[in-house]
Write a protein that binds this ligand. Structure first.
Ligand code: GLN
Length: 401
């Protein structure tokens, strides 16, 4: 089966259109993750590429969203978030981690963590400053830093456990460093940064007067008894941490686009300004449903993690039996796998082969690296899917034999 290619619309000769393309957009391409979803739909493939569940969202949240619409929460909320939702966020962090937040001055509700991250970067960086990123990294951080005209400084995470060399991290910090981005639990590797690793990051942030922006969207998707450590709980990071999170993954509502950013009041001031002019605000009724979500009992979160752990173990079995060498994720819902057993020169060719031959979509590893060659023998599968979907993937992967 050949991958159908959509015909591009015919435009006038490119030279005359050149002046309409901003320099800002020149250095990045479309998202490979989202492109793989489009291809998966076109090819009727099992989509193990983009990380979103294919099972229903919790009924109680859907009801809460209906009720919020019926109760006329249908106009703008306050730009930085409906008060009941900000209060619910503050209560959550107090309950889970003992972190006290002022909902009036330290919380900004935004359109998913995607907006939270870029609003934070736009709020704190100036052109030419540096942002440190651990690699492999979630592909958004590339365009995010590009749109800020900030330079990325890469620190590699090395398999099998995705650890980093502390000296390499120290060398990445310098007088131009404005921030470091840490995603824990990590996308795409499933690494959980340890308390010691965070302590070193915190020490370097102090030494170089830098901030640590964390993407904690997989906070509740943890395996094998590991614990989540929010950046604001690291000693000394209450003033230097910017915590980005969202409802998407914890409550299986990736299409709701409701996230939040927690930061000290002065940082929050700047983040709110960017957020206000970027998007005005997140969907009001869905924020109100978020109040119900954040008050769910602990059993919900235990169930979520336990369920995903079973799916992780299931997909690891499937992939290993197919010939992939997998790196065990400790959190989040992705598996990075080594494809060298299949004899392909690069990951993109392999991902297309997987799509055409087996009807399974995954994300080429190179999309998580600044130098594509570093990811050419890697591929990422997501497993936030129904068992039937994972089973269908297993059947189809047999076609690779
Ligand atoms: N975080 C998801 C992934 O890595 C997708 C996010 C998105 O496409 N907005 O697959």
């Amino acid at each position: 089966m050949a991958v159908p290619v959509e015909k591009p619309r015919v435009l006038p000769p490119s030279a005359s259109r050149e002046r309409f393309r901003s320099l800002r957009t020149e250095n990045f391409t479309e998202s490979v993750i989202r492109e793989m979803t489009r291809l998966a739909i076109q090819c009727d493939a099992v989509n193990l590429a983009q990380g979103f569940p294919d099972f229903p969202a919790p009924g109680v949240l859907k009801q809460a969203a209906h009720q919020a619409i019926d109760a006329e929460f249908n106009q703008y909320s306050i730009t930085w978030g409906a008060k009941p939702f900000r209060d619910a966020i503050a209560a959550k962090y107090k309950r889970w981690y003992g972190i006290e937040l002022d909902p009036e001055r330290e919380i900004t509700v935004c359109c998913g963590s995607t907006e939270g991250m870029i609003a934070s970067l736009l709020a704190v960086t100036n052109p030419g400053e540096e942002v440190i990123v651990f690699e492999p990294y979630y592909e958004n951080y590339g365009p995010d830093t590009e749109l800020c005209s900030a330079a990325r400084r890469i620190v590699p995470l090395r398999p099998p456990d995705w650890s980093f060399d502390p000296d390499e991290l120290k060398r990445a910090f310098n007088s131009r460093t404005k921030a470091i981005i840490v995603t824990s639990p990590n996308n795409p590797t499933g690494k959980i940064f340890s308390r010691e690793e965070f302590a070193l990051i915190a020490r370097l942030c102090h030494e170089f007067d830098a901030l640590c922006i964390t993407d904690e969207i997989y906070e509740h998707i943890l395996y094998d008894g590991v614990e989540h450590i929010p950046i604001l709980a690291i000693p000394g990071m209450r003033e230097r941490g910017i915590l980005v999170n969202s409802m998407s993954k914890t409550y299986s509502v990736t299409g709701w686009r409701v996230g939040w950013v927690l930061a000290a009041p002065d940082l929050t001031d700047s983040i709110r300004k960017v957020h206000d002019f970027l998007t005005v605000g997140a969907a009001h009724p869905l924020q109100m449903a978020g109040v119900t979500a954040l008050a769910l009992p602990e059993s919900y979160y235990q169930g979520l993690a336990a369920e995903y752990q079973k799916r992780r173990d299931h997909i690891l079995g499937v992939l290993e039996e197919t010939g992939f060498r997998c790196f065990l994720p400790k959190g989040a819902y992705y598996v990075m796998a080594d494809i060298s057993g299949f004899g392909f020169d690069n990951d993109t060719d392999f991902a297309l082969h997987l799509l055409e031959r087996a009807g399974v979509a995954a994300v080429p590893g190179s999309s998580f690296f600044s130098n594509p060659a570093d990811g050419r023998q890697l591929i990422r599968f997501c497993f936030c899917k129904k068992y039937e979907t994972l089973e269908l993937a297993r059947q189809r992967l047999k076609r690779l034999a």
